[in-house]
Design a binder for this molecule. Structure first.
Ligand code: VGL
Ligand code: ZN
Length: 193
């Protein structure tokens, strides 16, 4: 697939806490991190834009079990667990988007409560390519929002991994993304042209 300068790669929450050893580890998260590095470099080389979202919670965040939420504490602002996994090499000029910063509100989509849509519009981005963690939360909700905002949306199916709180959640999320018009593709395909 030939990349253009109006394409954007959005790397979702490739953070230590979502990788093996982290507090909300997703199986294969570290492989996703490694896989996305070459793809990110290719977007930059073709004049496209690269964004990286970070789940970036205050310690008193509503999604934490300690505060009545569903998750173990994770991605606490400034902690090691919130850092981008070391296997992911971000090109110079990557824009970092922090989400989930409001203690009272969870945010699975990279668009929720952020300037991501504004930034994409300002640069006249038409196509967004999504990869990262986790398929059944951040990736799913970001794809749904991207379609609502009428971006041509591509899912990098070989560079995502699911939490699977219930078995099958990952597959169900992929189907939901497809049903709203997301195109399934792979890093291989993006790198092949
Ligand atoms: C996420 C669970 C909790 C995600 C964030 O970004 O996919 N999942 N917080
Ligand atoms: Zn979170």
């Amino acid at each position: 697939m030939k990349l253009k300068d109006t394409d954007a790669l959005i790397l979702l929450d490739v953070q230590n806490d979502f990788c093996p050893g982290g507090s909300l580890a997703v199986q294969g998260g570290d492989q996703v991190a490694a896989k996305l590095s070459d793809t990110a470099a290719r977007f930059k080389a073709r004049g496209g834009r690269v964004y990286a979202t970070l789940d970036w919670h205050p310690q008193n965040h509503v999604s934490f079990k300690t505060n009545g939420g569903p998750w173990p504490p994770h991605c606490v602002q400034g902690d090691k667990g919130a850092q981008i996994h070391s296997a992911l090499r971000l090109p110079i000029g990557t824009s970092i988007i922090r989400k989930g910063t409001n203690p009272q509100e969870d945010a699975y989509s990279g668009f929720q409560g952020t300037t991501l849509e504004d930034q994409l519009r300002r640069l006249d981005v038409k196509r967004v390519f999504l990869g990262g963690l986790a398929t059944d939360y951040c990736v799913l909700n970001t794809a749904l929002d991207a379609r609502t905002f009428h971006f041509d949306t591509y899912l990098l199916t070989d560079a995502i991994a699911a939490v699977e709180a219930n078995p099958g959640d990952g597959e169900a999320a992929i189907k939901k993304m497809k049903d709203v018009g997301t195109t399934l593709t792979t890093c291989e395909e993006v790198l092949s042209a």
